[in-house]
Design a protein around this ligand. Structure first.
Ligand code: GLN
Length: 244
C-alpha cells in the first residue's frame, strides 16, 4: 500500500499538476501496489505520520497567500514528522517556493515559508514561461534529463549547502542566472517543472515511488514499458534543441 497526500488540490493545481498524482497512482497500481490518495485542504491537518509521499502543486500568488498561513499553522509539523519517518516530498513551482524561508510575491508582499529547506524566492523583472529541460546528476536517472514547462515570476536562490535537482539545459530554472533548477535535499524534491512533470519523466516518477516505498521495506519496482512516455520526453528535448 502506498499512501499519497495531495496538499491543497483545490487551491494549488495548475498546468496539469494533478497529472503527477495520476502518474504515481497508475505506476504503482500497474505493479500491483494499492494506492490511497488523500486530498489535504485548509484547516487542521489530519495525521500524516503514515503518509509515504506528499505532493504540493503550483499556484498563482493569490492562491499561495491563501494557503501559506494554513500550511505554517496546521501542516508544517506533520510534514516534518512524515519526512523524519522517511516520507518523500515533491513540490512544484508555487509549492516549491513555499518550502523555503520566504516568498516575495510579484506585488512585493513577503510570505514566510515553511523553512523545510534553505532557499528563498523573490520576484524577477519578467515571467519565465516555456519548455524547460534540465540534466540531473547523482540521482542515477536514465536518461539523466527531465523535461517540463515553467511559468513563474519568482526567482529562487538556494542556500550554500544545497544541491539543485538539475542543471538547466534549456529554460530559466531557479533564477535564470546560476544555471540551477529545483532542489534535491534528501527526500525533498522541489522544481519549477510543470507539464505535468511525471507523465513525461517516468524514470523520475519511479525514483520517487522507490524512495517512498522504501520506508515500508524494500519493494523492487518491476520495469514498465515506457515507450510512449519516453517518446514524449524525447519530443520535448528535440523541440528545444536539447536532444541526447
Ligand atoms: N506564483 C508563483 C510565481 O509566479 C508560482 C507560479 C506557479 O506555480 N506556476 O512565481
Amino acid at each position: 500500500m502506498l499512501r499519497i497526500a495531495h496538499l491543497y488540490p483545490d487551491e494549488m493545481n495548475i498546468y496539469g499538476d494533478r497529472g503527477n498524482i495520476l502518474t504515481l497512482q497508475k505506476r504503482a497500481q500497474w505493479r500491483g501496489i494499492q494506492v490511497e490518495v488523500r486530498a489535504i485542504g485548509r484547516g487542521p491537518s489530519p495525521d500524516l505520520s503514515d503518509v509515504d509521499l506528499i505532493f504540493w502543486g503550483g499556484g498563482q500568488d493569490r492562491d499561495q497567500e491563501l494557503v501559506f498561513t494554513d500550511a505554517a499553522t496546521h501542516k508544517v509539523e506533520s510534514i516534518r514528522g512524515a519526512l523524519a519517518d522517511g516520507a518523500v516530498v515533491l513540490a512544484v513551482c508555487g509549492g516549491y517556493q513555499l518550502l523555503g524561508e520566504y516568498y516575495v510575491t510579484a506585488e512585493g508582499k513577503q510570505l514566510p515559508g515553511l523553512e523545510l529547506v534553505e532557499l528563498h524566492t523573490v520576484p524577477g523583472p519578467k515571467r519565465n514561461i516555456g519548455n524547460i529541460v534540465i540534466e540531473t546528476r547523482d540521482l542515477g536517472l536514465q536518461p539523466a534529463t527531465l523535461v517540463g514547462f515553467e511559468n513563474h515570476s519568482g526567482r529562487t536562490y538556494l542556500g550554500p549547502g544545497l544541491t539543485p535537482l538539475g542543471r538547466v539545459l534549456r529554460g530559466a530554472g531557479n533564477n535564470g542566472q546560476d544555471g540551477t533548477e529545483g532542489v534535491a535535499a534528501g527526500n525533498i524534491f522541489g522544481t519549477y517543472l510543470h507539464g505535468s512533470l511525471l507523465p513525461k519523466n517516468p524514470h523520475f516518477a519511479d525514483l520517487l515511488l522507490d524512495r517512498a516505498l522504501r520506508r515500508r521495506g524494500s519493494v523492487r519496482l518491476q520495469p514498465l514499458d515506457d515507450t510512449v512516455e519516453l517518446s514524449a520526453h524525447e519530443t520535448i528535448r528535440a523541440r528545444v534543441g536539447a536532444a541526447g
